[in-house]
Each structure stands twice: as structure tokens, then as C-alpha cells.
Design a protein around this ligand. Structure first.
Ligand code: NAP
Length: 266
């Protein structure tokens, strides 16, 4: 059975990469492309695939109702993602969401909608397998090394900070070791924000520069030693195996899956 897929944010950096990946997978059928800038032009011509007879449209609910996809892939913006998820679930279309900025409270809401509409959803702050491994290794190392800080580095068009990956890494570290030690000194922050954001003693620093894609370092400190775990997405194709797997996997679920690690056999 081919899985019918719609892509929201189709004209964005990730959306265009997803369109090409879905089109290239024989188990998937691209049925719709949505973007706030959708003007009816053919998505294939935007992504270098030639005419596909799929216009980029801008009314999500209308497109989903008409094209009846099995899955909606969403790479849009933190400002719109919750509305998009509710629209999809209410039409019994399974959302696969890469858009970041989703909070714990948002997740509770998504779980409620998923139950209400009896439709599964998969949310992943990072679809790159290497990034998932980085988070798991960090959670493991945290059992043995009491001090840790996170530096995440992204391109300068990223809206939210810190990244969803950095937040998830910090949460996994806290779950792994209960609590993280803070420096044994009374700190004086001479420039506000110099020590970054602070999630229960884990300092998170966000770098935004052109030329970057998505990168993260988790630096642990112990007595006389440091351990650095680093992941680099140097191209947006790094996320595609995870996105394609998520589209196929969510067909088997009616609940909410948060994090790619939950569908990988790690
Ligand atoms: P982008 O290049 O700005 O693409 C987003 C696209 O969505 C743009 O074309 C944007 O239009 C459009 N859009 C904005 N609001 C919309 C709405 N309400 N409905 C439909 N389309 C809308 O951003 P990106 O780099 O592709 O990243 C998109 C999201 O994915 C971000 O949240 C980013 O952090 C996240 N991300 C996640 C992963 C992961 O592995 N989970 C990896 C990379 C990125 P405008 O340009 O007019 O705003």
C-alpha cells in the first residue's frame, strides 16, 4: 500500500528537501503541497523535479479535506505548528512534525487531540539519527559526569532558541541523573545572558550564524577531564531518512510519539 503524503511548509528549506525525499520513495505518494506563500504554482518546478501537477496551495484544511492524505509532514514555524497539528488531527490525517518550539504543555494538548480524534502523531525535535545518538550518549555519560553545558549552533534564520534538540538533550540528561551540579562559586554575570539559558543548572548557549545548518556540542566536566559529544548536520538531507521512517511508522500508531529514538531499534 502506498502512503499518501502532504507537505506543509513546502516552499521552505526543509519542506523542499522533504518534497524531493517523498517523491523519491516508492512506498510514498506525494499528494499535496501547502505553504503560506502558496500561489498555485507547481511544487515540482520549485524543487527541481519538473512539473508534478501538484500546486502549492495555502489553505491547509481545504487541501487536506480534498486530497485526503494519510500523513501531513509539517516543517513550518513555531507560531503556526499547533494550529496545523489540530487541523490535521481533526481531519484524521497523521501529523509528522519537525517544526520546533513545541513545549511540554503543547505536547499534553497534542496528546489530548490525538485521543479525541483517535489519530496518531509523531513529533521529533531532530530527525537526524546522529543527533538522536548524541542525545542518548549524553544521557548515558551524564550518569558518570556531574557538570554539563550545551552549545547549540544554527543558521541565522532559525526563530526559536534554544533549539528543540538542546531542550530535549537537557531533559534527557536530567532524567538520567536526577540533578546536575552547578559551579561551586557565586557567579557574577557582567553581561546579562553571558551564561546562556539555565534549565535546572544545565546552561544552554545558542549561536546563530549564516553558514551553519544544525550543530550541537554537549560538554561534560569532571575532575581533571572533559568529554565533548558533538553532532553536525552539514546538509538538510541528514534529516530525511528519519522523516521517511516516521511517515511509515506513524501508520501503525494511534497515539503520540515524541522523539525519533522511540521508533529506532537502538
Ligand atoms: P523555513 O525555510 O523558514 O521554512 C518554513 C516554510 O513554512 C516557509 O516557506 C514559510 O513561509 C512557511 N510557513 C510559515 N508559516 C506557515 C503556515 N502557517 N502555514 C504554511 N506554511 C508556513 O524554515 P526551515 O529551515 O525549513 O525550518 C522549518 C522548521 O523546521 C523550523 O521550526 C526548524 O527549527 C525546524 N527544523 C526541524 C528539524 C528536525 O529535525 N526536527 C530540522 C531542521 C529544521 P515564510 O517564509 O513566508 O514564513
Amino acid at each position: 500500500m502506498t502512503i499518501k503524503v502532504a507537505v506543509n511548509g513546502a516552499l521552505g528549506n526543509m519542506g523542499q528537501t522533504v518534497i524531493r525525499a517523498v517523491f523519491g520513495d516508492p512506498e510514498l505518494q506525494l499528494v499535496a503541497a501547502i505553504d503560506i506563500k502558496g500561489d498555485g504554482s507547481d511544487i515540482g518546478t520549485h524543487v527541481g523535479l519538473g512539473e508534478l501537477n501538484i500546486p502549492v496551495e495555502n489553505d491547509l484544511a481545504a487541501v487536506l479535506a480534498r486530497s485526503q492524505p494519510d500523513v501531513l509532514v509539517d516543517f513550518t514555524t513555531p507560531f503556526a505548528v499547533m494550529q496545523n497539528i489540530e487541523t490535521a488531527l481533526s481531519l484524521k490525517v497523521r501529523p509528522v512534525v519537525g517544526t520546533t518550539g513545541i513545549t511540554e504543555t503543547d505536547l499534553e494538548t497534542i496528546r489530548r487531540w490525538s485521543k479525541q480524534y483517535n489519530t496518531g502523531a509523531l513529533i521529533a525535535p531532530n530527525f537526524a539519527i546522529g543527533a538522536v545518538l548524541m542525545m542518548l550518549f549524553a544521557a548515558r555519560a551524564a550518569k558518570y559526569l556531574p557538570h554539563v553545558e550545551i552549545i547549540e549552533l544554527h543558521h541565522d534564520q532559525k526563530i526559536d532558541a534554544p533549539s528543540g534538540t538542546a531542550m530535549k538533550t537537557a531533559e534527557m540528561i536530567l532524567k538520567s541523573r536526577g540533578q546536575v551540579s552547578k559551579p561551586d562559586v557565586e557567579e557574577l554575570e557582567k553581561l546579562p545572558g553571558a551564561r546562556g539559558g539555565n534549565l535546572e543548572n544545565i546552561h544552554i548557549h545558542s549561536v546563530r550564524l549564516p553558514g551553519l545548518v544544525a550543530h550541537q556540542e554537549v560538554i561534560f566536566g569532571g575532575i581533571g577531564q572533559t568529554l565533548t559529544i558533538r553532532h553536525d548536520s552539514i546538509d538538510r538531507t541528514s534529516f530525511m531518512p528519519g522523516v521517511l521512517l516516521a511517515i511509515k511508522e506513524i501508520m501503525q500508531h494511534e497515539d503520540v510519539i515524541y522523539g525519533l529514538e522511540n521508533i529506532l531499534n537502538l
